[in-house]
Design a protein around this ligand. Structure first.
Ligand code: ASP
Ligand code: MG
Length: 404
């Protein structure tokens, strides 16, 4: 019997009715001749609530204890879903990440999966039971409970789909797929029927919130087709699949935006070999994920370096760079939290010139100032003022005629 991994996000299991609806869907899927492994997120905003609670209790949150706390959210969901399935006469059984054999490294709060064993899941399936797995968590090689970073349940689902040889990993959420722009900002945005792993990687990396970046990376590396769909309408959504060479590629597939980053600028940086290496090695050692980097031409032997980081990483970034000032001989470190990034993603960009020109013209017409620019083969991103990013998204979506 073909196997499907079905992952249900926080909004899909946010209350008793939603959990019962999810149980119905699992039952339906089995009736249609599939084996199911279910992966659940914490209910609704549970993870945010737990984080807030931790902040209220203490200024210091040892990462090991944060993981212990946050993994509780997913445990609640998994047990409740098994109960809802039992109510329908389905024999299901819950597993924590550790019990499912998800082995990670020791980086608390951002652990990486090293190995997925899945023996107990295979055994449960063989006994005709439905394994329900707590997403977002694993057990480290030091035998401590770890979490995989925010949104990590997607990664759990994809990793299990790869290990168990599932034919598809279905990601159920509160939107009906991946859209040409965030429908809350562009109500006339269209659902994309099919998108390649490569494009989806750039969509996720540039702020498309539907799928966690690491899960898309994992899916691409292990050739796991993804199907992103709604647990409210259950209609078919967006397929994320291998690039099909016969497919006519859209020049621009989606406009994305990201308001979760901040900008750090070092001024008066001596322009000589080894300085950038020193700065970014120090940031990497603190596990800061640096995104866009811009260095100016040097005037009188010094230059400015700006880069963006997740806002959550701003404090450690400032600490690290300010600590380096005396050693590297730079003047000062400035922080700016009021930035946002708007991006165009499209595989057709590789072969169509003029996309950046049109993008910059469109932003100019809106009077939106571009502060930083970065590009990859299939993406162009501009850092702009946060309060102008929604105008920028709408204008670009119209300029590239992505709407319905
Ligand atoms: N509950 C975790 C979070 O909110 C993991 C997830 O939902 O994927 O980040
Ligand atoms: Mg989530």
């Amino acid at each position: 019997m073909p196997l499907v991994v079905q992952k249900f996000g926080g909004t899909s299991v946010s209350d008793a009715d939603r959990i019962r609806a999810v149980a119905d869907h699992v039952v339906r899927t089995r009736r249609n001749g599939h084996q199911v492994v279910a992966v659940v997120s914490a209910m609704g905003k549970t993870t945010d609530d737990l984080l807030r609670l931790a902040g209220d209790v203490s200024h210091v949150q040892p990462p090991r204890e944060l993981d212990m706390l946050l993994t509780a959210g997913e445990r609640v969901s998994m047990a409740l879903l098994v109960m809802a399935l039992a109510d329908q006469g389905v024999d299901a059984v819950s597993f924590t990440g550790s019990q499912a054999g998800i082995i990670t490294d020791n980086t608390h709060t951002k652990a990486k999966i090293i190995e997925v064993r899945g023996d107990r899941l295979r055994q449960a399936l063989a006994e005709g039971r439905v394994p329900v797995v707590a997403g977002f968590q694993g057990v480290s090689t030091d035998r401590d409970v770890t979490t995989l970073g925010r949104g990590g349940s997607d990664t759990t689902a994809v990793a299990l789909a790869a290990t168990m040889g599932a034919e598809v990993c279905e990601i159920y959420t509160d939107v009906s797929g991946v859209f040409t722009a965030d429908p809350r900002i562009v109500p006339w945005a269209k659902r994309i029927g099919k998108v390649s792993f490569e494009e989806m990687l750039d969509v996720s990396a540039s702020g498309g919130r539907v799928l966690a970046l690491r899960s898309v990376e994992f899916a691409r590396n292990h050739h796991v087709p993804l199907h992103v769909r709604s647990s409210f309408t259950w209609e078919p959504g967006t397929w994320v699949v291998e690039e099909d060479p016969s497919m006519e590629e859209a020049v621009v597939t989606a406009v994305t935006h990201d308001t979760s980053e901040a900008k750090v600028t070092l001024t008066g940086v001596p322009d000589k070999p080894g300085i950038a290496a020193r700065i970014f090695r120090a940031l990497a050692d603190r596990h800061v994920n640096v995104d866009t980097i811009v260095q100016n031409v040097s005037v009188h032997g010094t230059t400015d370096i700006s880069f963006t980081v997740p806002r959550d990483d701003l404090a450690p970034s400032l600490e690290v760079t300010r600590g380096l000032l005396p050693e590297i001989g730079a003047s000062e470190v400035l922080a700016d939290s009021d930035i946002a990034k708007v991006s165009l993603v499209g595989a057709g960009m590789r072969t169509h010139p003029g996309v950046s020109a049109t993008m910059f013209e469109t932003l100019a017409e809106q009077g939106v100032n571009i502060e930083m620019i970065s590009t990859s083969a299939i993406r162009i991103s501009c850092v702009v003022r946060a309060d102008r990013v929604e105008d920028a998204v709408r204008a670009l979506h119209d300029a590239f005629e992505l709407g319905s």
